[in-house]
Design a protein around this ligand. Structure first.
Ligand code: FAD
Length: 491
């Protein structure tokens, strides 16, 4: 029986059914339709890309659908999908073992195991982390009875959450001096601020997602706790009802430059004999949990949401293998997506890109990059087998990301926050309150990056200006003049 278990050898194996893993499997399948490929995923739902649209040379848009893992085998018949968790990898022997003890041999493997949420006070009964479908369902369930929540974190997840929650007071505790600072600067944050407490326009939003049974419904009880679902896709918050118990739309208070000092249960709070901070317009009540912030403010709430980012999920793989790991905990990969361990590749949130980056690209753990890395890794894996040379994909030439914050379209290009420019730059700004916010980062007269909020229609022109590095010194004063058609100008 054991000998039979050891017999399966695959040319290509992939760990993870998130965007990176699925993109890698699909690309491998199309490049090598005759080769058997193995995809092992802990989650019963895989993340598939739908409605892919290339907006420009580097900008792309797509929806992320959750599909049952079996659907992968229908679309790509040479991909065998196994829904289980890889518990160990012995790269020297080119084997991996899954939860039930079955071992598979591979020739090349790609790790796409994503990230794990950095939840503060992880096991606290009143602290929830947001990461996958299951955790969002848990959040919605609790929110339904909530009058007030406290959200910690200042990235994309916290931003979307704070915007979407209605019928519940929100205290948003951030460690920076402006909101959403993982993506935008203080100026853009100011532009968004009026939206924080504005009533939301409710349209009949069409559901972009295909509805499938969620992980929560499929998983047996004993696996729910242990199984890690894929990170949610970009539209995770759009079609979800996030409504609390109160008859209010938005009621948000931001505490800037703070961290959580102590979390108290109701009993612990009483014992401290401290007094809760009050806020005009916010209810005063008894709460199940209290949070003391580093600025001395102390707020009660129904529960705390920890949205403080992710750490690469490397654990089962680092046990038996000597991977080079980056300072942020990711598996270091070279420009061929190879880790430091032979025949082991990595893509998506689990990896850290360790090649000399193009001046206008940087890694951010986002769904676009997960897709690009997954697909490009497949090309690298095949090129190695065929002894071919593969050059770094064009998508790594310039950072480009489209998203939506506070109902506005947001496009980030190149070094949009002057990352790495250390003061050696100037900024051009144009803002029309409630309509658009445009920021351009220039160095020595050339465009290094841009933030475009609203329907600016400048993305293609600015993308070209960043890629071409044209000297804009003579046009600097007119660059953001709304009366000049830049597209015509630079054609
Ligand atoms: P994941 O999607 O995390 O997939 C990892 C896969 O590996 C899963 O299928 C998991 O089950 C599997 N796995 C893990 N360990 C094992 C194991 N041992 N054995 C087998 N399988 C295993 N990005 C954006 O660009 N825009 C957004 O608006 C946005 N919003 C987000 C909102 C939330 C709440 C979160 C959590 C993330 C968001 N992101 C967003 C980030 C984006 O979702 C991730 O960057 C992207 O999904 C990463 O894809 P991945 O394939 O690398 O990892």
């Amino acid at each position: 029986m054991m000998a039979e278990k050891m017999n399966d050898t695959f040319q290509f194996a992939i760990i993870g059914g998130g965007i990176a893993g699925v993109s890698c499997a699909e690309m491998l399948s199309s490049l090598c339709p005759e080769v058997d490929i193995l995809l092992v995923t802990a989650s019963p739902l895989i993340k598939a890309i739908a409605n892919y649209k290339k907006i420009s040379k580097t900008l792309e848009e797509f929806d992320v659908e959750e599909r049952p893992w079996m659907s992968m085998q229908q679309d790509c018949p040479n991909v065998k999908v196994i829904q289980t968790e890889v518990t160990s990898l012995v790269a020297e022997a080119h084997t991996m073992t899954v939860r039930d003890g079955q071992t598979y041999n591979y020739k090349q493997i790609c790790i796409c195991s994503g990230g794990l949420p950095k939840v503060i006070a992880k096991d606290h009964q009143y602290v929830l982390g947001i990461r996958d479908t299951q955790s969002v369902k848990e959040f919605q369930k609790h929110l339904h009875h909530a009058r007030r929540i406290l959200v910690i974190g200042n990235g994309g997840i916290a931003t979307e959450l704070v915007y979407e929650v209605q019928g519940c007071e929100v205290i948003w505790a951030i460690k920076d001096k402006s909101i959403s600072s993982a993506f935008v600067d203080a100026g853009a944050a100011q532009f968004f601020l009026p939206k924080l407490n504005a009533d939301k326009e409710e349209g009949n939003k069409p559901s972009k997602r295909h509805e499938y049974t969620t992980e929560d419904d499929i998983l047996p009880e004993d696996l729910k706790e242990q199984t890690l679902g894929g990170a949610l896709g970009p539209d995770w918050s759009e079609n979800l009802k996030m409504t609390g118990q109160q008859e209010i739309s938005h009621q948000v208070h931001v505490e800037y430059r703070v961290e959580v000092k102590v979390i108290y249960t109701a009993e612990e709070f009483v014992a401290t004999e401290m007094t809760e901070s009050t806020l005009p317009g916010f209810i005063q009540d008894k709460w199940p949990v209290y949070v003391e912030l580093t600025n001395g403010q102390l707020y009660g709430c129904d529960f705390v949401v920890s949205a403080t980012g992710v750490v690469p999920n490397t654990h089962p793989f680092t046990k038996n293998n000597q991977f080079s790991i980056s300072a942020d905990g990711g598996l270091l990969i070279n420009e061929k997506m190879e880790t430091s361990v032979v025949d082991v590749y990595a893509a998506g949130d689990v990896c850290s890109a360790n090649w000399t980056h193009s001046p206008h690209w940087m890694q951010m753990r986002l769904w676009t990059q997960a897709r690009q890395m997954g697909a490009y890794t497949a090309q690298c894996m095949v090129a190695k087998v065929r002894n071919e040379v593969v050059s770094l994909d064009f998508c790594f030439e310039m950072f480009a990301h489209v998203t939506k914050f506070f109902g506005f379209k947001v496009i980030l290009l190149g070094k949009f926050n002057a990352q790495g420019l250390e003061g050696d730059h100037e900024l051009l700004l144009r803002m029309t309150k409630g309509k658009e916010y445009i920021k351009v980062v220039l160095r020595n007269g050339t465009m290094q990056g841009a933030v475009l909020i609203g329907e600016t229609e400048l993305e293609e022109t600015f993308e070209n200006l960043i890629l071409n590095q044209i000297d804009l010194t003579p046009f600097k004063d007119d660059l953001l003049d709304p009366n000049i058609d830049l597209e015509d100008f630079f054609d």
